[in-house]
Design a protein. Structure first.
Length: 248
């Protein structure tokens, strides 16, 4: 299996949402036909990392909308990792072959020191790998792309020039230019430390990504379309015996 280069989660207030539970249950059906054959993820997951102020969150949501795939941001992921009833939906609902694969995969990451032993990160990693088992999901941040297999993951980095990012955050958060500059630098540093500490990866290392997109040059719509095109292609390669899924 090829590998990407390597170098406390806070409580969530994500509201109860029965459609979210149904989303998890519906995804389980995609695994059944693979469970008896030996298992590796057979559907793609898009993982998007971004520089602060690059509009990565907006792009990620647009990608999920265009693909009609499930979308997970930090709030949803932390909620998944903390809520016991959703933990029960994630793991016992998986076919045994998929769950066995996931447990082995997490063990290998820990053995290679690519996964922190921190309890909250362990819970987060279990949720991320369970989502990756199902596939057809777009995950924003939280180190997901450094945990999931290269073969079944499209790892994307969204960047933009620093002045553009400062200007955007100043407008979005109604900050002065100096306040926005400080916010961008601090948030970028916090995200880098999170990934480096818990997953042993440097998010600024460009060679680990399938795509690096400058959102200032392309804009939100074009950036999302580029990612969607790449996702459809890479997803189809996971099942070469099937025809291209088109706009699935």
């Amino acid at each position: 299996m090829s590998e990407r280069p390597t170098t406390g989660v806070t409580p969530s207030l994500f509201p109860e949402d029965t459609s979210f539970v149904e989303q998890i249950r519906a995804a389980q059906g995609r695994l059944q036909e693979w469970a008896e054959q030996g298992y590796t993820p057979s559907h793609l997951t898009v993982c998007l990392s971004r520089e602060t102020g690059s509009r990565g969150a907006t792009i990620a949501r647009k990608v999920a909308q265009l693909l009609n795939w499930d979308f997970y941001d930090q709030e949803k992921l932390e909620y998944l990792a903390q809520e016991e009833h959703l933990e029960q939906e994630l793991w016992p609902g998986l076919p045994e072959a998929a769950r066995t694969w996931a447990e082995i995969h997490l063990h290998q990451l820990r053995a290679k020191r690519q996964l922190s032993d921190h309890p909250s990160i362990q819970r987060l990693a279990q949720a991320l790998v369970a989502i990756g088992c199902r596939g057809r999901a777009v995950i924003l941040g939280r180190g997901a792309g450094y945990l999931l297999p290269v073969r079944s993951t499209l790892l994307v980095r969204v960047v933009a020039p620093l002045p553009d990012r400062i200007r955007y955050m100043s407008e979005f958060l109604r900050l002065t230019e100096d306040q926005a500059r400080d916010y961008v630098h601090k948030t970028d540093q916090q995200r880098m430390e999170f990934v480096l500490t818990h997953f042993g990866a440097d998010p600024n290392e460009v060679h680990q990504y399938d795509l690096v997109i400058n959102s200032s040059f392309l804009g939100v719509e074009a950036a999302a379309q580029v990612i969607v095109t790449a996702a459809r292609y890479k997803d189809a390669q996971l099942r070469p015996e099937e025809e291209d899924l088109g706009e699935a």
